[in-house]
Every structure is written in structure tokens, then in C-alpha cells.
Design a protein around this ligand. Sequence first.
Ligand code: GCW
Length: 843
Amino acid sequence: MRSLLWLAVVGLAVAEDGLAAWLRYARVPSASRHLGKLPSAVVTLNATKGYPVHTAGQELVDGIGGLFGKKLTVAKSKPKGTTATVGTVSAYVDKNPSAAKGLPDLVEDGFYLKISKGNVLILGQNERGALYGAFHYLSVIAQGNVSDFTLTSNPDAPVRWVNQWDNMQDGGTHGSVERGYGGDSIFFWDGHIREDLTRAGQYARLLASIGINAVVANNVNANASILTPENMDGLARIADVFRPYGVQLGVSLNFAAPQLLGGLDTFDPLDKTVVNWWQGIADNLYKRIPDMAGYLVKANSEGQPGPMTYNRTLADGANLFARTLRPHGGIILFRAFVYDHRSLNQTLDWKADRANAAVNYFDGLDDKFEDNVVIQIKYGPIDFQVREPVSPLFTHLRRTGATVELQITQEYLGQQAHVVYLAPMWKELLDFDLRVDSKPSTLKSIVSGKRFGQKLTGYAGVVNVGTNTTWLGSHLAMSNLYAYGKLAWDPEQTSTGILKEWTTLTFGHDKLVHDVITKISMESWPAYEDYSGNLGIQTLTDILLGHYGPNPGSQDGNPWGQWTRADDDTIGMDRTVWNGTGFAGQYPPEIAAMYENIETTPDNLLLWFHHVPYTQKLKSGKTVIQHFYDAHYKGSATAQTFVTLWEKLKGRIDKERYEHVLFRLIYQAGHSLVWRDSVNQFYFNKSGIPDELGRVGNHKYRIEAEEMELKGYKSYRVSPFEAASGYHCVVTETNSTVGTATTKLKVPSGKYDLAVNYYDMALGNSTWELFVDRKLVGKWKGDLEYELGRAPSPYIDGQTAARKTFRGVRVKKGSELKVVGRPDGLEPAPIDYISVLPEGTVD
Ligand code: GCW
């Protein structure tokens, strides 16, 4: 087994397909010079196979072997030479009673490291802590630091969970993993738990290395069948592959399971038979998984059943589970994402506001929850948008502990097809001071439990990895998972510091590699915000379909409540107390006053809190509308630079990951222009206010496909209109007609970048060929649905719009430019326009 593991680790490092993520244990530069500063043997204290201390021993052997080529032996008692000793504090003190005095206080999961002349002491408060310590030590030496140090590290909060939104079945809510962009579920298939759980074990290893202590494996939109005896056995198998890494299993529940699965005629949380039914479930689960972490429950939200169906409170609902878990030591994370997506009416009620829901539902319940209930609150009051204020609910729970729910899977943030490094956003949220009782009250101090003194608080991250070897669908997106774990352990760490560590572990030590990844990553969230939704208007993505691509119009006119209230003259949600929905009043007075007043509301949340004319002046001196235009040009221009920056790394990192990332960055650069033009076109059309710089609506390098000479192609009016340049594209006349679009170029002879904007729907794989004077410039296929994990879409719209660019193509004045489109399946080879760009120009 040992040698198998060894092979696996070395093998992974060679393949560079992403599977090993930041645990590659790739050889450090000048490794042989450091051998003397490393241990020669590993001693594990009281290690039992299948438990974290034993795993820690293995990781030390594999890690030091991979990183330095030094083969360590594992010994039970003190061998000769330098030694890495790993175990729990109590196991160590049992053997060395006199050492107890010198050891620091550790909280649950904490660890102590002492490195001295190649001797390494790694002690955990518990077994898990010992493993965390071993991973920490390995991470330090992997970064090339073999000097002596002593470190005491305690987690900032006890709850550091991840949630997977994995369905039991493919074709469940949004496929195998809801809002997952990295392939199918690593846990479930065909209604069952997978036989082969290798990936689940590898996932636990990655998570343990960043301090995550529990995983909820099934979707919060839970299928009651997770609780059949057969599936409970399957869950026990998952817990078995997690256990060596100290990762506990959590389970999402369907509130109506007593009825759906148990055959009862009610799921009223106060009904005795219901209570007994759930007690039986808890007992049966814990019989199989004695160390189960607990439950996660989404109730009365987006169609999910809950206690309110029976006029019971959310506390009645949460406590039902809490009581059944108590004898087993489990906890319940009860989600605050409670709102009614059916009854909100935008037209009739100026004061209607989904953002108000959480506080409205939870107010008055703070002292009603059992003490093993934790309220899991999304960072913002709506739903993982590119910018939201911190949810005010965090200030309303002082007795009951809270976790902040962050989203690693980039549902509204580019779905891993766009690079968006999220740590800077999370840091801003965590550092935000909510001024409860006019005292410092940062979000991080609330979720650490320090501000109000609760015991159970922390972090929940929605991750949604899949079977793709990159885990998340993109190599660069993994910095988000890494950063999530690091911040949950210690929110004082910096975004750049975390990124530096991650980059070294993932890509090595090359300075240029670091500079490029840092620049791209640190500019990525601001760029994405610039080319999507600005000034707190939310992401402006398509909220009715895949949550991907631009669709500003989809926000309004439906009961989902992600409104912008944009009309011809004005835009924004009035959330003031004096004239609006009153949401601003849910914050403590100092913060409420800041948001109530347009003068003191920061520009980046202006439209979240205020309804203003497009001509409203910002603090920057620009109008709202001009800010929209400028930001969209700026953000998309930044995205273009990501490609050229990355290209500097050719030959400096392995080809496999270089190409994988490059493909995505080129796609992102193209799609950022789709965003820019759609959003600008939409608001220009609405407001009628021209861009001061004359860019919006004027694209002098473009040739609209519908204006070319068409054979087998016909013009098609796109909906929403703003998703096509000139509102139209061309599609083939039938599903089997080959289409050609031809034109004579009027540009002076020279070299140009030729960009073709087309639509890649998930209905087939059309092919396109671009010719200049009958010479083939390039050919491509509409297969992005396989290449990118982003939500597939059957429509011609902002989700499927894409761009293919050929750089440095020689053309003559009067050259014939021709695109030939071959439809496939139901995809009619759509083309929007062709840009003939003087080299280096973007449009
Ligand atoms: O953002 C919305 C998502 C749903 C998700 C829900 C939630 C799991 O679009 O896919 O459902 O939030 O967080 O419960």
C-alpha cells in the first residue's frame, strides 16, 4: 500500500493534470543542499492506520521524498539521527511528562511545530491537528524554507466546512453537481453512492491540507433518498475514506423526508411521529458513522419544504434536528437563505425586497435555538453577487452562532471559465466593520465567535468540485479553494500572501510565473466587476437560466427579487428607510445611517441602496451611466492583457497546464467583450444617453454578418437584443444547409487580427472556417460545452456568445473575406460579426 501511494504521488506530479493540486510534492530547487536540515526518520505517536496521525506519518515520508528526494523511514520509537515526531499533545506528554510545561495552549484542531536542526516536533491538540501540523511543515519546506522555527497555530473558528451541491443523480437540479463546473459528482451516480470513492479520499486529503474539517457531500436541495438504508451504508463508505484525513461527513436533509421517504402523512416538526422518525434516522446514521459531523438544512427556500409549511418557526425546524443529534454530539448548520421566490411583486410594491427576508424570518429567534444549531448565512443578503454588502443578519444573532457561507464555485462569477480570484472579495467582507453597539464588529470577529462569545461559529464554503482532474474545471480557480481554507483558519492572512504560497506549491518558484499569476489574479475580481455589474447593481448575469453571461434585463419583471428597477431614466433599488424597502435599517445605527444617506454610501454600493437617475453624479465626478460605459471598457481591456501576460510563461511551466489555462484566458478575453457590449448596449438603449467617448454603438472595425453576402445563411433577430452586435446574427437556413457569408474588405493592405464572434450552443458541434481570398485562415468547432464546464445553454444569447481570434493575418484592400458555417444537430452555425482589427486593437 505504501509503495502504491508513493507511486501515486510521484505519478501525479509527472502528469500535471491538476489532480495533485497544491500537494504535488515536486522537487524543490537545489534540493540536495538541504538534506542535512531535514529529518531522516518519522516517529508517529500512537498511530492507528486509517486515522490522521498515521496519515501524517505517510505524508511526511511522501512529501520529503518528493520534495527533496530523501527517503525517510518510519519508526515506532526514537531512532538514531534527525527525527520528525508527530502525534497528539497527550500522546507526547504521556511519553515525556516533563515536556508538558513547555507546550503552548492549543484549541481544538490546533497544532504546535518546533523545527530545530533537522529535528521536527509536530503536535496536534487532536489527531487532526497533528495532521494539519504535518501539512503545514511540508508546505513551509516545499516553499524552500528549511530554517528553524517554532509555531503555535490555532484555527480562528471551529466550523470549517465545505458544502458540495452534489445530486444523487445526473439530471437532478442542474445536472450531476448543481452549479458545478468541474464534471460529475465524485460521490454519487445513478441514485447511489459510487463504488469507487478514490476521488473522495483525494478530495479529503486536499481539504485536510488547508484545515477543512467537514464536507457535506449531498446537495442542500436534498433528495430524501439519501436516507435509505443502502445509501446510509454508502455514506458510511464516504466517511471511511474521509477519516484518515480527519474530515468528517455532513449530510443535507430534505425537510419533508418523513413523508417522502418515511411514508408518514406529515412532516410537521412538532409532531411526535415525525420527531421519532428523525430520531431513528440520526441513530441509524451514527450507528454507521459514529464521528459524523452533523446536518445541513435548507428549508422554506426556493421550493424546499420547511417548518413554515405547518406555521412552525424556523427555530422549531432547526431544533427538531438538533435534539436528535445531541446524544451523538452532532451539530446542525441551518441555512438563513430563506425567502419566497413566488410572491414578491416588483410592480405593485415599491417596498418589496428579497434582501429583507433573512432578518425578517430570523428576527426574534436568536434565543430560541438549541445550542448545537449554527445559522449558515450567505455573505450578502441576496445571492453570491459580484458585490454585496455584508448580510445584516450577522448582527442580529448574538446568542446563536453563525457561519458565513462563501462560494468557491463561481456560480455568478464566471463559472471557472473566467479567472476571478476571490480572496480579495472575501477579505473585504470579512474585514467589514458592522459596528454593533458602536463597537468594532468585523464580520471575521463575529464568525470567529469572539465578538459575541458563541462557541459554534465559522465558515462554510460551497465548493462543488467534480470528476475533472482539475477538480474545479480550471487550474487557476484552485487558488480560491486554497484561499478559502486558509482564511477560514486565519482571516488575517493576506490575499497576496496566500496566492504566493499557492503559486509556489502549484507551479513552482519561477519569479516570472509568480509575477504573472499575481497580476492576473489580483486584477481579476475588479476586472470582472467592471465588465459585469457595477456600483452594486449585482452581477447582471442571466438569473433565469444558467447564471452565466450577460443578461441585464433578466433581473427585473419576475418574482426572484434580484431587481435593478431600471427604467428609461433611473436605476437602482431604493433600500432606504425613509423612502424605500427599509433594508438599510436592518444594520446597526452607524451602518444604517451610512447606507441611508446617498452622500455617505460608497459608490460601489450606490445602486444597491439607492434609486437614482442615470445622470446621478458619483463621488468620482462621473455620472452613473458614464461609469457603466467606462468600467465595461476598462474591465474588458484588462481581461485582454491576461492572455499576453500568460503567454510570457510559455516554456516556463508544463505544457499541459499552460495550454489549459491559455485556452480559458483567450475565451475569457472574448467573452469579456460580449459582456462589455451587451451591458453597454442595453443601458444605452434604455437611457438614450450616449457614451461621452463615442464608443458604445460605434464599432468601426466590425462587419455585421447579417450585412454580408449570404448563401445558405439568413439573418436572425437575437433575443435578448443586446446579445448581438446590431441585434442580429446569421443562422443557416436549415439544419443541413452549409452557410457562407462573404464580403470584400475595404481596409488598406496589411496585417490584421481577425475576430469572429459566434454562438456556441449546446445543441450540436457546428464547424466554421474562415477564408481570406479562398485561403483557409482557420477552422474551429462549436464544442465549448465540452471544453468549458460553464452551464450549457441551447440559446443564442450572452451565455453562448464567443469569439475566435486569428492574429496577424495578411489581407489586401479588396480581399474576399468568407466564413463557411456547417451546422450540426440543432446548432445552426450562428455568426454575429467579424472584426478586422489593426494588430493590437481590441473591438
Ligand atoms: O444561488 C442559488 C443557486 C441555487 C442554489 C441556491 C442555494 C442549491 O442558484 O442553485 O441551490 O442558491 O444556495 O440554496
